[in-house]
Design a binder for this molecule. Structure first.
Ligand code: HEM
Ligand SMILES: *[C@@H]1O[C@H](CO)[C@@H](O)[C@H](O)[C@H]1NC(C)=O
Ligand SMILES: *[C@@H]1O[C@H](CO)[C@@H](O)[C@H](O)[C@H]1NC(C)=O
Ligand SMILES: *[C@@H]1O[C@H](CO)[C@@H](O)[C@H](O)[C@H]1NC(C)=O
Ligand SMILES: CC(=O)N[C@H]1CO[C@H](CO)[C@@H](O)[C@@H]1O
Length: 341
């Protein structure tokens, strides 16, 4: 009889292990992510996925900016301390929460509102059962699908974070000014590969960016007086015009994918190859020898993009998830249970 490391049931039989230690051994043997499952709410809230999908569909039809906002919100939530709804917590007198340190201009009310509405509907059916982190993960999946993107599996059982601080944000999120080395590094810290990064960047096939995020490329690039020479000139001129007043009006924004801004497809990659990438980080993917082959592949083959995006989203959805007593199922998605009554 061989004794495998991590065979807890056998270890438990051999010697009387105190339950606390058993729990520790169990958590060592099985990373939290491995413990999520698709059937997690099958008994406790069998209609959960349907309820979320209904709310999300209605919200996206009435407010079409919802989907892109939710996708970005989910990405940011996962990269700052794990997919644990910590990004949904509101700042109060005692705590400055994550969402206030995030570059949150494109974390619009719509995305938060979707999760809150879905959660409200769930609380009527099965109070205190479905975590806000799972609601956001499922809502994002449904919204990507609504925009024409691929379906992917979302395993469930995430718990909601017990903390959310502005101080935990810096260093965890990519920014448009980063070099490809820095971008790769930010993703590598979450165990995401270069392929994951390029596939996930395809999310910029939808939504928009505010002028301040790319102004330095179109106005007086590097003191040249002109635009970034890697950009298509007509495109840069159009952006100069659209953003002419951006310093006075910070709400002005441009579509991330000027060809099909509301459709989840592979045109983002085709744009990037033709000097039509909006953010410097988008264009950078076409210039670096580690990322360009993937950009070319996805530009030529949408199925290859969808396959890799699917894999990368499934992986992203498991980053830093909390289970058991490491988290709670929040009653309200914007407040810890300890604060609500
Ligand atoms: C590779 C590094 C990335 C950088 C530097 C980056 C940066 C940005 C910036 C600056 C914006 C515009 C924000 C604004 O002005 O409102 C934006 C928008 C967006 N990002 Fe990214 N992002 C990256 C990766 C990702 C990933 C991995 C996802 C999701 C999987 C994503 C999803 C989105 C979406 C959907 C929008 C549009 C949001 C909206 O319309 O409300 N981004 N991103
Ligand atoms: C975004 O952050 C600013 C502070 O940087 C804060 O005033 C604002 O309320 C935040 N917006 C959201 C939607 O959390
Ligand atoms: C990017 O870098 C330029 C030049 O260093 C700077 O002016 C601009 O504010 C930066 N943009 C962002 C979004 O950090
Ligand atoms: C596109 O990619 C898919 C998935 O990798 C592959 O099965 C298919 O053969 C590719 N199509 C072409 C035309 O290369
Ligand atoms: C699917 C699965 O492995 N679920 C387990 C997750 O962890 C709890 C306790 O930590 C177990 O009770 C589940 O069986």
């Amino acid at each position: 009889m061989t004794k495998k490391v991590g065979d807890i049931s056998m270890a438990a039989r051999a010697v009387a292990i105190p339950p606390a230690l058993l729990l520790l051994l169990f958590s060592l043997a099985s990373p939290a992510a491995a413990n999520l499952s698709t059937g997690y709410y099958q008994k406790t809230c069998p209609k959960a996925e349907q309820i979320i999908s209904d709310v999300v569909t209605g919200k996206q039809i009435s407010t079409p900016t919802t989907a892109a906002g939710s996708l970005r919100l989910f990405f940011h939530d996962c990269f700052v301390g794990g997919c644990d709804a910590s990004m949904l917590i509101s700042t109060n007198a005692f705590n400055r929460a994550e969402r206030d340190a995030d570059d949150n201009i494109s974390l619009p009310g719509d995305a938060f509102d979707t999760v809150i509405r879905a959660k409200t509907a769930l609380e009527l059916q099965c109070p205190g059962v479905v975590s806000c982190a799972d609601v956001l993960a499922l809502a994002t999946r449904d919204l990507v699908l609504m925009l024409g993107g691929p379906f992917y599996t979302v395993r469930l059982g995430r718990k909601d974070a017990l903390a959310s601080t502005a101080a935990s944000v810096p260093g965890n999120l990519p920014s448009p000014n980063m070099t490809v080395d820095q971008l790769i590094d930010v993703f590598a810290k979450k165990k995401m590969t270069v392929q994951d990064m390029v596939a996930l960047s395809g999310a910029h096939t939808v939504g928009f960016s505010h002028c301040n995020q790319f102004a330095s490329r179109v106005f007086n690039y590097d003191g040249s007086g002109g635009h970034d020479p890697t950009m298509n000139s007509e495109y840069a001129a159009a952006l100069q015009q659209a953003c002419a007043n951006y310093e006075k009006d910070s709400t002005i924004a441009a579509f991330n994918d000027l060809m099909t801004p509301g459709k989840f497809d592979n045109l983002y990659y085709q744009n990037v190859l033709r000097g039509l990438g909006l953010l410097a980080s988008d264009s950078a993917l076409a210039a670096d020898k580690r990322t360009r082959p993937l950009v070319e592949l996805y530009a030529a083959n949408q199925t290859a993009f969808f396959n890799d995006f699917t894999k990368a989203m499934e992986k992203l959805s498991l980053v830093g998830v909390k289970t058991g007593r490491k988290g709670e199922v929040r009653r309200r998605c914007d407040e810890f249970n300890s604060l609500s009554t």
